[in-house]
Design a protein around this ligand. Structure first.
Ligand SMILES: [Zn+2]
Length: 257
């Protein structure tokens, strides 16, 4: 199983300010000189020693997560990160109207939804997009997103064929070789995490989540989301101090995880 984070930021996208870009550029230039570089031909080899986070930092786009195996692919949430995923998908079947995609939602706060109208595969006739959530108002929410004056197109004008699926809480849903089970998270407005199993591995997607319940008893029927997992995406929106200031806002800190 492969997990790719196309967006990780909570609440708002975070484009870099000119001051932040200047600071990064300075850091890279100092690093170049410290590495012994002093001519043009040293530049490319030095840049190849750096990782993407040296240039752009971490995060920036709001949440969108791709989970895939050799035979199945799903996407969780459509924050602004889904825009880049859309361009990637357009290199394949989606560009010919032969794509079939599976998009799961945790909840519908703006940071999990805002990239949806900019997801290019939606606008290619022939593509089929399955949309899943526990929340039964799912079709109405999509109708709200695609309407004037918020967006120039209505849901009827979206070219891809959309199919909505309402999931049952805490019951596994099988899609190819992926077993996907929604569990309730601690967040204002209902929000559901996903335990995803395939290839003998378990991935838990636990965002947004304040983690107010942290004993077995308190977690009760939602405990399996956190048990026997190989990898988890957790909510670390706040510093420890912020999390104490913002009780009941629905987010956690890295220390809380
Ligand atoms: Zn939220």
């Amino acid at each position: 199983m492969r997990v790719k984070l196309w967006g990780t930021r909570g609440s708002l996208t975070t484009p870099k300010s000119p001051a932040e870009i200047e600071a990064r550029t300075r850091e890279i230039l100092y690093g170049f000189l410290n590495s012994g570089g002093n001519q043009l031909s040293d530049v490319e080899p030095y840049l190849r020693t750096l990782t993407p986070c040296h240039f752009g930092g971490f995060g920036g786009e709001t949440i969108c997560v791709e989970v895939s195996t050799k035979q199945q692919q799903i996407v969780i949430d459509s924050g602004s990160g889904i825009r880049s995923l859309g361009y990637e998908l357009m290199k394949g079947k989606c560009s010919q109207g032969q794509g079939e995609l599976h998009l799961f939602y945790t909840h519908f706060h703006w940071d999990h939804l805002a990239g949806l109208p900019f997801f290019v595969p939606l606008f290619v006739p022939g593509n089929k997009i399955h949309i899943y959530a526990v929340q039964s108002e799912l079709p109405e929410i999509f109708r709200t997103v695609f309407q004037k004056p918020y967006f120039p197109l209505t849901l009827e004008q979206v070219d891809a064929k959309l199919e909505f699926h309402i999931l049952k809480p805490r019951q596994p849903f099988q899609l190819g070789d992926l077993s996907i089970t929604p569990y309730r998270l601690d967040h204002p407005d209902p929000c559901w995490g996903y335990r995803i199993e395939a290839d003998g591995k378990v991935f838990s997607h636990c965002v947004d989540n304040e983690m107010k319940r942290f004993t077995r008893e308190a977690l009760g029927e939602d405990l399996p989301l956190y048990q026997g997992i190989d990898l988890a995406v957790m909510d670390a929106q706040y510093s420890l101090f912020e999390s104490m200031e913002k009780v009941n806002w629905g987010h956690g800190s890295a220390v809380g995880c």
